[in-house]
Each structure stands twice: as structure tokens, then as C-alpha cells.
Write a protein that binds this ligand. Sequence first.
Ligand code: TXA
Ligand code: MG
Length: 313
Amino acid sequence: MRISLDESIHQLQNGQVVGIPTETVYGLAASIHHQKAIQEIFRLKGRPSNNPLIIHVSHIKDVFSFVQETIPDLDLLARDFWPGPMTLVLPIKTNLIPNIVRADLPTAAFRIPSHAMTLKVLSSTGPLVMPSANLSGRPSSTQAAHVENDFGRDFPVLDGGSCNQGLESTILIYNHHQWEIIRQGAIIADRFESTLGYKPLIQDSASDKPLCPGQMYKHYAPLAKLIPVYSFENITKGVVIGFSDRSYPKGCHLISLGNLSNPEEIAANFYHALRLLDQEGHSEAMVDMNFPNIGLFNTLQQRFSKILHSVNH
Ligand code: TXA
Ligand code: MG
């Protein structure tokens, strides 16, 4: 159910959970001051309690008010990438942030989103915790209709249109005296180089105890089974998640991610395409994996491999 900006603010201030747009994906928002609403987020998503939430704020001073110590280059990263699709995991004054938000960790994740509506909401409500607005393990939401699809037609959503980035924020942590990427996202690793003087290392999420707890879990997966095809000449018939500038044989039903020359378009379409598979009732689809492994395609590759290697999939 679509609700207005004022109604969203009102409901959040009254301890309700509301679907909120951001430039990356839609979030399920609750005020950091309403413990019951935060519990409700975990219940609604079916999210394990050891998977912490990102705290969204409208101004850098809000981040500094929670942080325990100064971290090298935090100010530079904030200057260059906030508001925007970057999340920073920082050591915090633990008494200021409820355990449930940070899954008992001595750190918390922070982001200043750039979507104009989100900033308006945040400036009235103060800090909001917000995981992506999807059932745990399933594709994220990039439209208000996706949120209603997962949480019901009566679930309150602020409609901010289609998310222009379409992939989640890039998450960094300061570890061993340097910044490292613990979740690839809408900002590619190379872009941090001019700010930091080095390209942040991308942490392997395959370990048992990744620095980003969420990466332990099944993620982003549609109900349909995805079959990776690395050489697109091998695609002969059936449902294909592929690219609009490639011609597939006549017997194929293409669900297009967009044009290979436009990775931003592909990122923006990614979750909608995965959701279409289930909406159209397909039980399986081939994925044309024949794309370059650079820039945003690298994030895309990571998202696909997370789905393909999911347990229970
Ligand atoms: O773009 C985004 O980041 C979106 C929008 C709504 O802002 N949010 C999002 O939230 O993707 P979520 O909950 O789906 O993913 C947050 C990730 C999880 O994998 C979680 O484990 C990690 O951030 N995280 C949160 N707090 C952390 C912490 N203290 N240390 C390490 N990882 C943390
Ligand atoms: Mg998520």
C-alpha cells in the first residue's frame, strides 16, 4: 500500500516498519529508537538475528556521534562518496546502539543514502535501520511493487520510483591498517583509489566467518533454478537471462538485463529480471555468463555466484 512522505515519517516515529526507497534498493525501515519495530524487521524478513543492520543517517555528524575512535581517511571517504551507495563498518560506542542492530558486534555499519526522499525522511525521523526490503535469501526490491509482492498489498511503502543504482551499497571496513571491501556493490573498487591512494582489497566472502556476516547466508535467489552458461553459443532454447544486444536462437525466451555496453542499465535491471522469472512462473533459466569481469560486471558476477552456490538452492 503506497503511503505519502508525511505518513511514512509519522509511522516511523510511531514505531512502525515502513518500506522506503533508496538509490540502491528499497529498505525495510525502523527507527533506531524503537526496539519492537527492529524486532519486527527480523520477523518480517525471516532474518537470522546474527545478521546486523545498516544504520542510515542524513548527516555525517550523526555518524561521528556513534563512533568510538577516529579512523584514517574516514573523512575523505565521507567527503567523496556520501550521500551515496557506500556503507562503512566502524567501531562504535556500544552503549549507544542496541545489540539487536549490530548483532552484538563492537562495530556498526553506516550509510548516508542519496535518494532525495530518503534524505527527507531521515532528516525528520533521525537514524533508521534498514535492511533490503525482501524476504531473507530472495532478490532485493528495486520498485515499490516488489516490496508489496514480498510483504503483502497492505504493507506500507513510500513509492520513490525505480532505484537508479539497482545493486546494494559497497561495504568497507578498516582492517589491518587499510580499508577493505567486505561486500561488493554499486561503487566499484577502482573508484576508491583516488581517495585512498590504493585500491581496497576485496575480501573473500567464502570463509566460515566472513567480516560481513550477511555473506554467510543464501542470497538474492529467485525460486527458479539458475543454470550458468559460460559460452553463449551453447544456449539453444528455453528461458534465458541475457543481454538485449545479443541474438539468441528463436526457441529462447529472453529476460533481458539490458545492453552489454551499459553496465549501469544492467545493474538497475538485475533484481527486476530475477523477480520476473518467478512472476512468469518459470522453474529454471539459463544465465548468459559470457560478460566481462570488470567494473560493475564484477559485482554482477559476485551476485550470480552467490545465488549459484547457495545452499538449499
Ligand atoms: O544498499 C544497501 O546497503 C541497502 C539499502 C537499503 O541501504 N541495504 C542493505 O542492507 O543491503 P542488508 O541488511 O540487506 O545488508 C547489509 C549487510 C549485511 O550483509 C550485514 O551482515 C552487513 O551489512 N553488516 C551490517 N552491520 C555490519 C557490521 N557491524 N559488520 C559487518 N557487516 C555488517
Ligand atoms: Mg539484503
